[in-house]
Design a protein. Structure first.
Length: 410
């Protein structure tokens, strides 16, 4: 007959077994459901086309997964928008705030900017558009993000095929291994998203229909954004918050949270510190631009000009006070000054205007018009480009930096 100690050990073992079994069931359920969601969140040609077709039909807000790979979707959108536009914007996410409203009626743009898109890619994209659509696309606007180190990076621009065929054959979508899918399925962002999704299903009046839509259907239903714009979610994350791209290609920036105006000075001080990502991007360069980038940009400007078109570069706006803090800092100041002088000299030589928008406060931008230190919302961009077009119409814009460098800045 077992004694009290042995009985206690058996009870503890049974309890531990039951606990581990419950944890295993929960983890297995999380893994299974997130793998099911992951099959769609990794993206496919079918989803990309469905999202593009839906936006073309409704002019609503959407994007297909994965959220970090935008080129397939934007390539299809560019092709569909070509009959309506005569201008294209290229750049990384810092250019995504630039909306069609920032341009005069005569300049009809599509914003082709993409997440983490370096100059190696944007230059190649612009060259493709000039070569294939230069007869109708007369304005190319290309972002030069010196504050995050883009024009200092090494290497040469490659070539990019922006044909509809490449997208439809799946060549523009990433491949993810089984191990990568498993790791993604148990990551905290995915687990948190699953929890929010299940909570939404539980609160739904028709739980079975909500579960089927979330886990088995290609997209959510249509719904309205706060401004009345129609939206549909083709991804399994960020549902119901109007995340994605507008009809003009600009981004809503997911949840749209803005910088607290009371934190502006704090963010500027931290961003201008020697250890900040901005200082680390600028200082090692010594202000030396990669000549390979600007050789290709020179060729692009000439080719576009021969077709009656115009290339305009722009340095995206920074949160008010940040450019000045970087320019006045001991570690980055010299590099910032040399960068601006080099851009101005190149623009004057090649006949290209560069909108120098880093010091956004010069144009009336305020802290709450930013998502973070270097992502501006449309209101700030409209102030900057509004001033540019007004000056352009008055004949006060010359090649080189605009607004022009003050004496002594170079």
């Amino acid at each position: 007959m077992a004694g009290p100690v042995e009985t206690g050990r058996q009870s503890s073992a049974v309890y531990l077994f039951i606990l581990l079994a419950c944890l295993g069931v929960i983890l297995g359920g999380v893994l299974a459901l997130n793998l099911l969601l992951g099959e769609r969140s990794l993206g496919s040609v079918e989803i990309v086309k469905a999202a593009s077709d839906w936006q073309q039909l409704t002019r609503g807000v959407t994007y297909p997964p994965p959220i970090t790979v935008n080129r397939p979707f934007k390539t299809l959108r560019l092709h569909d928008r070509l009959p309506e536009i005569n201008g294209v914007v290229f750049g990384p996410s810092t250019a995504m705030g630039l909306t069609a409203d920032a341009f005069p009626k005569a300049v009809r743009i599509y914003n082709f900017s993409q997440t983490a898109n370096p100059l190696h890619s944007t230059i190649a994209e612009a060259e493709y558009v000039e070569k294939h659509f230069g007869k109708s696309v007369k304005w190319l606007f290309l972002s030069i993000d010196w504050a995050v180190g883009m024009p200092y990076q090494e290497g040469e621009p490659g070539t990019i095929d922006l044909s509809r065929k490449t997208v439809m054959e799946g060549g523009a979508l990433p491949e993810v291994s089984l191990q990568g899918r498993l790791t993604d399925a148990v990551s905290w962002p995915r687990v948190r998203n699953l929890w929010e999704l299940l909570r939404g299903i539980w609160r739904s009046d028709d739980k079975l229909a909500a579960f089927r839509q979330a886990f088995f259907e290609m997209s959510s239903g249509d719904y309205r954004c706060p401004d009345g714009t129609l939206a549909r979610d083709f991804d399994t994350i960020n549902r119901g918050i109007c995340a994605g791209f507008r009809y003009d290609g600009s981004a809503t920036f997911t949840d749209g949270r803005r910088v607290d105006p009371n934190r502006g000075e704090e963010l500027v001080r931290a961003a201008a510190a020697p250890s900040s990502k901005y200082s680390r991007a600028i200082v090692p360069s010594g202000g030396n631009l990669n000549p390979a980038f600007f050789e290709r940009l020179s060729g692009l400007a000439r080719a576009l000009r021969m077709q009656g078109g115009t290339l305009v570069l722009f340095a995206p706006p920074l949160i008010p006070g940040l450019e000045q803090a970087l320019a006045e800092s001991k570690q980055a100041g010299t590099a910032v000054g040399l960068t601006k002088a080099a851009l101005d000299a190149w623009g004057r030589r090649e006949g290209v205007v560069i909108i120098d928008a880093g010091a956004s406060e010069r144009f009336g931008c305020v802290t709450q018009e930013f998502l973070d230190e270097h992502h501006a919302f449309g209101e700030c961009y409209s102030k900057i480009f509004g001033g540019f077009w007004k000056a352009h119409a008055a004949g006060r814009v010359q090649p080189g930096l605009w607004p022009a460098l003050k004496r002594g800045e170079s």
